[in-house]
Design a protein around this ligand. Structure first.
Ligand SMILES: Cc1ncc(COP(=O)(O)O)c(C=O)c1O
Length: 369
């Protein structure tokens, strides 16, 4: 068979964090706790209600869901947005793909600071945009002295900034965020003279940030070229739901409405997401426990003499190993799946239940012995 392979896809494999059947999976930064029986019952009844309407297309604008998401952000981050300032899609991956479809594309570039989330180059590839990567400093922060030169040189249409960052776990400081926003002003793409870059702060792990760490949501009232992406996949414990969203200006949302597929959020997704959001206070109390377990994990890793990147997420990056693959493989032999990702020598482990974390440490100590 001869099919018209697209040259830009030559040599690529599909996204592939391994989905292995192991006793302890700490590799994709999921919430280790399954939904509560009360939440399961509410989702089941909401989905049953929506099932009765499946002969019709769902609400294309999903304003009720957008209102619920806005209400959730008002509690979580004390930032009140209008429903028209919220966008949602099937995971924050799709939200960010919408951003690039609407604002990047041929002859436009997308900038990020590496190491960062491995999907960013894929969004750029799939929208025919040029990916520009700038290395972070050794402590994974951004070199502020270089910022204005970088923005003036590349004139990116979109900047993707994960904070807390994956795989490092580190969050951007308020100084870094404001410096990026200031550098973005007037440095938009050359084909849109006088425009600003659209800065997307990807806060997939935002709820796990330590006290005192700023959410970029707080900067939305100052910068209308800012979008802050969130997800129900992590803190909310709903990775299987596929619901990501962002807060931004109405003008930016209106552009995303142009590129989305009609009815992209199914009636079942909308109903289940709204039912889950009604349980947000119980979800957020669980987040506090995960943050404490994360701090404990970081301390235990340091006490083993390892280097640990300061984490504001639900995972910890640690190292460094002359042969990280050996440690990864030793852990896997003992039934513990973590992630071999990040700069050379580092590994990443998600926070699990107390029993999973203990199993991880028992296996790690054997692997290090
Ligand atoms: C930094 C970051 N952004 C976005 C995502 C995508 O999450 P989802 O599409 O499940 O919302 C992930 C998933 O691991 C992530 O690590």
């Amino acid at each position: 068979m001869s099919i018209p392979y697209r040259p830009a896809l030559a040599g690529f494999e599909p996204y592939g964090a391994p989905q292995l059947d192991v006793p302890v999976a700490l590799n994709v930064n999921e919430n280790p706790y399954a939904p509560s029986p009360a939440l399961i019952a509410d989702i089941a009844s909401a989905v049953a209600g929506a099932a009765g309407t499946l002969n019709r297309y769902p609400d294309r604008e999903f304003l009720d869901l957008r209102q619920d998401l806005a209400d959730y952000l008002a509690v979580e981050s004390k930032v009140r947005l209008a429903p028209e300032q919220i966008w949602a899609a099937n995971g924050s991956n799709e939200v960010m793909l919408h951003i690039l479809q609407a604002f990047a594309g041929p002859d436009r570039s997308v900038l990020t600071f590496i190491p960062s989330y491995s999907m960013y180059p894929e969004y750029a590839r799939d929208t025919n945009s040029t990916m520009v990567t700038v290395p972070r400093k050794d402590d994974f922060s951004i070199d502020l002295a270089e910022l204005s030169d970088i923005f003036a040189r590349y004139r990116p249409a979109v900047v993707l900034l994960a904070s807390p960052n994956n795989p490092t776990g580190t969050a951007l400081s308020t100084d870094e965020l404001t410096a990026v926003m200031e550098a973005s002003i007037g440095n938009g793409p050359e084909d849109a003279p006088g425009s600003d870059c659209l800065v997307v702060v990807d806060e997939a792990y935002g709820e796990f940030r330590r006290d005192g760490v700023l959410s970029a949501l707080e900067l939305l009232s100052t910068y209308d070229n800012l979008a802050v992406s969130r997800t129900m996949s992590k803190a909310f414990g709903a990775a299987g739901l596929r619901l990501g969203y962002l807060g931004t200006s109405r003008e930016i949302v209106d552009q995303l409405r142009i590129v989305r597929m009609p009815y992209h959020l199914s009636a079942l997704t909308q109903a289940a997401a709204r039912a889950a959001l009604a349980h947000s206070s119980e979800q957020l109390s669980q987040v506090q426990g995960i943050r404490e377990a994360r701090n404990e994990m970081a301390e235990r890793l340091s006490s083993l003499g390892l280097e640990v990147a300061p984490s504001d997420a639900n995972f910890v990056m640690f190292g460094t190993f002359p042969d990280r693959h050996r440690i990864f493989a030793d852990l896997l032999d003992r039934g513990i799946l973590i992630r071999e990702v990040g700069p050379d020598g580092w590994l990443r482990v998600s926070v699990g239940t107390p029993e999973e974390n203990d199993a991880f440490f028992a296996a790690l100590e054997e692997a290090l012995a």
